[in-house]
Design a protein around this ligand. Structure first.
Ligand code: GLN
Length: 241
């Protein structure tokens, strides 16, 4: 077995070491004897997302989100929408998560029209929502507790038919108001949680990997690993919050 992972916009969307999530996925696959091939799709590259089994998009600041707009609307927008509807698993973080929505309007009124693959939009506020935070995944995303780190000014609102990824237990999540965090649509996992997300949340990592393996191979299982170090890191932060 093997997963082909597409890392979209590694050149502009990679805050706080978001790439570490790909390293984590690759390592947890390798420990089970499952292959992993990572392809980077920077600005200017051609994208045929049906060649892959999982797409990862990291976070970026307002500036980077504006830089990639032209490239996004040269065809990647259609590719992403089609892949999402086809059930392709996506893990998207912060700016990458916002990018799947309809638009992002900065606090001073500059509007980035995104792609509308998910029924959500984001509006910047003067307040920065920053810090370690904790949320509980919805049952359809595995139901585990996730500890993460968020840093955004955008407040995201989900359309009435779109399910959140989870419920905020401590911190801000989508907007600091309605206790929703992220979004789950088909096999898209969108979250505000940066860099160390998967290494210290092994249950969530395996849930995403299993989603991708089952879509590709029909039936798939992941052998348990010794997660003592990962769980200790998770528990230390969960207790602090
Ligand atoms: N520019 C966006 C915001 O501040 C995304 C930031 C990020 O990816 N950390 O809301």
């Amino acid at each position: 077995m093997e997963l082909k992972i597409c890392h979209m916009y590694p050149d502009v969307l990679n805050l706080y070491g978001d790439r570490g999530n790909i390293l984590c996925m690759g390592r947890r696959l390798a420990w089970r004897g499952i292959g992993c091939e990572v392809t980077k799709l920077p600005i200017g590259s051609q994208a045929r997302l049906s060649d892959y089994d999982l797409v990862f998009i990291g976070g970026g600041q307002d500036f980077e989100q504006q830089v990639l707009l032209e490239d996004l609307h040269r065809g990647k927008d259609r590719e992403i929408r089609a892949a999402v509807e086809d059930g392709m698993p996506f893990l998207t973080i912060c700016g990458g998560y916002q990018m799947l929505g309809a638009y992002y309007e900065t606090y001073d009124g500059q509007r980035c029209d995104f792609i509308g693959a998910l029924d959500l939009y984001t509006v910047g506020s003067r307040e920065r929502m920053i810090g370690n935070y904790k949320f509980e995944l919805a049952p359809e995303s595995g139901g585990s507790i996730v500890v993460g780190f968020e840093n955004h000014s955008g407040k995201t609102r989900l359309g009435s038919g779109l399910q959140p990824l989870g419920t905020v237990l401590a911190g801000y999540g989508n907007n600091g108001e309605d206790k929703t965090e992220g979004a789950r649509y088909k096999n898209v996992f969108g979250t505000y949680s940066h860099g160390p997300l998967l290494p210290k949340n092994p249950a969530f990592c395996d849930f995403i990997l299993l989603t991708a393996l089952q879509r590709k191979y029909g039936a798939a299982e992941l052998a348990p690993l010794d997660d003592a170090a990962e769980i200790a890191a998770h528990n230390a932060m969960a207790a602090r919050l």
